[in-house]
Design a protein around this ligand. Structure first.
Ligand code: AMP
Length: 307
């Protein structure tokens, strides 16, 4: 039940109202792998420059992240920097320095090509398609994207959508892609173009899952400490995909639980800078928060219920 992620491996400089982290471990593949590997082994494909502190990823390797697909190329690593507003709901990108990422052409190692569960992190849709051309018969492919690609690579993105099972985007991206303000209409637009499943993330307000049969909603976990929202979406994807890979099934109930695991892992990601929270996070803590999610959202029907 192998789980493959392809995405950015970055150095992030992030400023929040609570402090600043410089050149911290980041990138979509890094956040995904840090979260997912708490539930299931991960195969990672990405690129870093020769300035990357690759040893710092050692703890991921120790817990089942296979870094055989992490290429080191001569030059500077991908760097991203951003600053968050006081309420942490909006962020401004201050700088994106592509470095070796500019020439990144993902090469999937032979031993990863039979991956059954594939997550295409947010990179150029052209490259995401290139990955799909290299994997043999994945059972389930999910992908992420962003405003930039919707704007400048729309046609390739639509080509990609025809080949994936699930798209995972935030509400603004769903609206931009579909041209629909209403999220149900946006979902219908997207699902007519390929993916049978769609997750629309709404930051701290939760996430909506659309399947061919139903709609499911999970709230955001009501955290008291939100330190750095960077990577929450990728950690969500990690929890979501790792749960599916772990269950090995694709029933509605599996997808619903996957959304909750996504929300749980996303909620842990924001409690500290970078991937720090995932260093010592335990399976028990994950299960405990998952149970709290169930308790928070369960109710009984009828005026006399539970009396
Ligand atoms: P998220 O907060 O889930 O949007 O993910 C933030 C992560 O995405 C950061 O760790 C960045 O390094 C990475 N990132 C930001 N911009 C890009 C980009 N254009 N391509 C790939 N990764 C990016």
């Amino acid at each position: 039940m192998s789980l493959l992620v392809v995405g950015s491996v970055a150095l992030d400089t992030v400023e929040t109202p609570f402090g600043k982290a410089e050149d911290a471990l980041g990138g979509s593949a890094t956040f995904f792998a840090a979260a997912a590997s708490l539930l299931h082994p991960v195969q990672l494909v990405g690129v870093v420059g020769d300035d990357y502190p690759t040893d710092a990823l050692g703890f991921l390797a120790e817990r089942g992240v296979d870094l055989a697909g992490l290429e080191t190329a001569p030059g500077e690593s991908f760097r991203w920097s951003g600053v968050y507003s006081y309420d942490l709901n909006s962020r401004e990108t201050l700088e994106t320095r592509l470095g070796v990422f500019a020439d990144f052409r993902p090469k999937i190692p032979e031993q990863f090509r039979d991956a059954e569960w594939v997550f295409l992190g947010n990179i150029d849709p052209e490259l995401q398609i290139g990955v799909l051309d290299q994997v043999r018969e994945p059972r389930f492919v999910a992908c992420d994207t962003m405003n930039l690609w919707i704007e400048i690579k729309r046609s390739r993105l639509l080509d990609l959508l025809r080949r994936v099972d699930l798209l995972m985007v935030n509400d603004a991206e769903a609206r931009q892609l579909s041209g629909e303000h209403n999220l149900s209409k946006a979902a219908a637009f997207i699902m007519e173009r390929g993916p049978r499943y769609l997750v629309i993330k709404k930051g701290e307000h939760g996430a909506i899952l659309f399947t061919p049969h139903s709609v499911f909603f999970a709230p955001g976990y009501p955290l008291e400490v939100v330190f750095d929202p960077t990577g929450a979406g990728d950690a969500f994807a990690g929890g979501f995909m790792a749960h599916l890979a772990q269950s090995g099934r694709m029933e509605d109930a599996d997808f619903r639980r996957a959304v909750v695991y996504g929300s749980v892992l996303g909620s842990f990601a924001v409690e500290r800078f970078s991937i720090e929270r995932f260093r010592d996070l335990t399976a028990d803590e994950i299960e405990e928060r998952t149970r709290q999610f169930r308790d928070m959202t369960m109710f009984e029907l009828g005026v006399d219920a539970g009396v």
